[in-house]
Design a protein around this ligand. Sequence first.
Ligand code: FE2
Length: 294
Amino acid sequence: MASVTQLGYLGLSVSDPDQWEQFAAHVLGMQPNGRDPDGSLFLRMDEYHHRIVVHPTGKNDLAYIGWEVATEAALEAMAEQLRQAGVAVTAGTSEEADARRVAGLIKFADPSGIPSEVFYGPLVMFDEPFHSPRPISGFKTGALGLGHFVVWVDDFDRSLHFYRELLGMRVSDFVKISPAPDVKVTVAFFHCNPRHHTIAFAKMPRTPRRLHHFMLQLQSLDDVGATYDLCQARDIPIVMKLGKHTNVHMVSFYLRTPSGFNVEYGWGAREVDDSTWQVQVHTAGSIWVHQGTL
Ligand SMILES: [Fe+2]
């Protein structure tokens, strides 16, 4: 089976890219890396030209997902696997590849209609090492990809089939949560490399946007603590206080972005070894509680 290897990039649609640049640089510690003529802002976390692109298209939601594979042959195998399953796949043009700073890509939609891309050949900048605008030790990325993200989907079973059977991801575990007194949902967590989860999703009615949060993993607990202090000092909304997750064992907190969705800022996740990993079902999201309401 063809499989994606990591979350290479995320595209976000935002209403205020200038506010986003300040937030990403001086709160999250990402490095702005210029804008395209259409106003798209590139944000670095590591040697990649960018890991997040902020597009001034105003929807304040996820714009697209960028899944990476290793080679052009792997990209073709992925395209074939999707087409065999009846998914409409289009080849990215050379202009589209240039805009994403990759060697080649394909485009399709996931079962909820979320624009999705698989690419190979990211532009990397080892000649200009990543330099955070903040005094943090940096982000844990590399082969683990940029981090993870959580979305609300329209059909849980169709999405599970799509991400497992068509993108080649593996289930890590399930967590049953109760985000409101009368609401119970199951969140499914998937990995495509040792990062415990790269995507997680649930079906939940009446959500204002697809994207619930994306997660940035720091190299040091001190990075997380210093940013926690900074958010409190600057009145940046913390929507969930520090806690530790049951399944991934990450210590993290959640802060609100200028677009209304959240960022999880964390450290210390355990990793998955597919030769020994056992899927579990968790009855709660946190071991010691992330106080607050997401
Ligand atoms: Fe998360």
